[in-house]
Design a protein around this ligand. Sequence first.
Ligand code: TRH
Length: 355
Amino acid sequence: MALKWDLFCQVIDNFGDVGVAWRLASDLAARGEHVRLWIDDPSALQWMAPGALPPRLELRHWSDSLNETTVADVVIETFGCDLPQAFVARMAARQPSPPLWLNLEYLSAESYVERSHGLNSPQFSGAGAGLNKQFFYPGFTPRTGGLLREPHLLRDLADFDAQAWLASQGLQRRSAERIVSLFAYPNPRLDDLLQALEDRPTLLLLCPGDAQQRVPELLRQQAQTNLRCHALPYLSQSEFDRLLWACDLNFVRGEDSFVRAQWAGKPFVWQIYPQADGAHGPKLEAFMDLWLAQTSAEQASLWRTLWRTWNGLQAGPLALPDLPQAQNHALFWREHLGSAADLSSQLLSLSRKTS
Ligand code: TRH
């Protein structure tokens, strides 16, 4: 029987919070669950998820939760956002069967994730006294909560026609041209990346952001260039996925586009969300350890150097490794990830065990 879900999302900055929450909410709803998605700032959904809401998905403003009288079977707070106390009090009052309360954490390949996934945090005081909150960690290994992967994703990928999709965006690959997408935080190595891409004809597709201003300025200073640039508008999430599927190399950032680049099965470069305490360095290394474990030492070293350089964690030249070789690895990695249980399936089985 379908369950009811309350999914809370607080937008801290950028688009990752809302991007992950929307994907999860729509995946659960598409699988027959009833989902209320509570967001404090839904503005990005106008372009990320335009059109009518999918069946069984309700969108609510965070502040509406204060007046809400019902509490769903499962309550998920994303990324440790603290739930409104009035709502928590109603969760505690939902007796004899309080909701399954989960904190969906940030994605990381670090070893603490396997240790922390599923840990309980019994609430001894406050509005939620008597309740238990459980940590749910997404991840890349079987002892984690997995990654978001809609049931139709791999089928859609197999049926995808890159040329037709590019044409739908008014784009066409020229002969021998490489297509690269760029979704990035402001990056002092942008100029070096453009230099590295000069080695052959390249169509560079720029997502909204700092690079859309800077790349044309940087290229204007060159007499001749192999780069053809195109500024993209904000795409819907499903069109954004297709952008990644259509390119030969994707530069992505944050959390959600980082995962989608892996499903795209194309070589990619991850710009990790920088943290003031430097915690992003070990997080980047932990992912590279997993991802590059099955590649040759030479390939691994080239990709490590590129990723560290793009992330400002290593000085020196920024060079692109051989893409066809990396393409094989990207397909291998996607198949490897695809053999694990996806995040929504894991949530569904957890919710059935406990409700
Ligand atoms: O925007 P981000 O940098 O988000 C970040 C990270 O999630 C970070 O870990 C988190 O701490 C911080 O937010 C608060 O990158 P991310 O995670 O890739 O999210 C971008 C979302 O925007 C993703 O769902 C894809 C979507 N998107 C589109 O749908 N269309 C577009 O045209 C573009 C450029 C992005």
